[in-house]
Design a protein around this ligand. Structure first.
Ligand code: ZN
Length: 131
């Protein structure tokens, strides 16, 4: 079962999409299986990380910007190669185990949509597979 979600991203950010993933699990009726969360974009990604202390997201964004900075040597004429680099480093999808109708996330984990090239209208997919 496939679910599509839309979101707007006014700034570079990690957006907690755990509630939308949980909602997809509930709607699917699947109690044991996997949820694949996927971004179809080249300058955004999907990851799992801490959702308790917001300073973690701040530090992730800061660290990524220091690791993947803009360069005058880049050729891509859209001028957003740093965003492409961050998206590739983060990846386009995550897989979460569904066990007993719940996402098998750790206590401090959340699923994030990672925007690196705002502002944009974005979407992500949640595929629920029974098994
Ligand atoms: Zn580009």
């Amino acid at each position: 079962m496939l679910f599509e979600n839309k979101l707007t991203t006014p700034k570079e950010a990690f957006i907690d999409i755990t509630p939308q993933v949980r909602e997809a699990v509930v709607k699917s009726g699947v109690t044991d299986g996997i949820a694949i969360v996927y971004s179809p974009h080249t300058t955004a990604g999907i990851t799992i990380n801490e959702n308790a202390d917001p300073d973690v997201v701040h530090d992730l964004l800061l660290g990524l910007s220091k690791a993947f900075f803009d360069s005058a040597e880049f050729r891509h004429n859209e001028g957003n190669s740093a965003a492409h680099l961050k998206a590739t480093a983060i990846g386009s999808s995550v897989t979460v185990i569904i066990d007993g109708g719940e996402l098998l996330l750790g206590t401090w984990q959340g699923v994030y949509f990672c925007e690196f090239d705002p502002p944009r209208n974005r979407k992500f997919f949640v595929k629920i597979i029974k098994g």
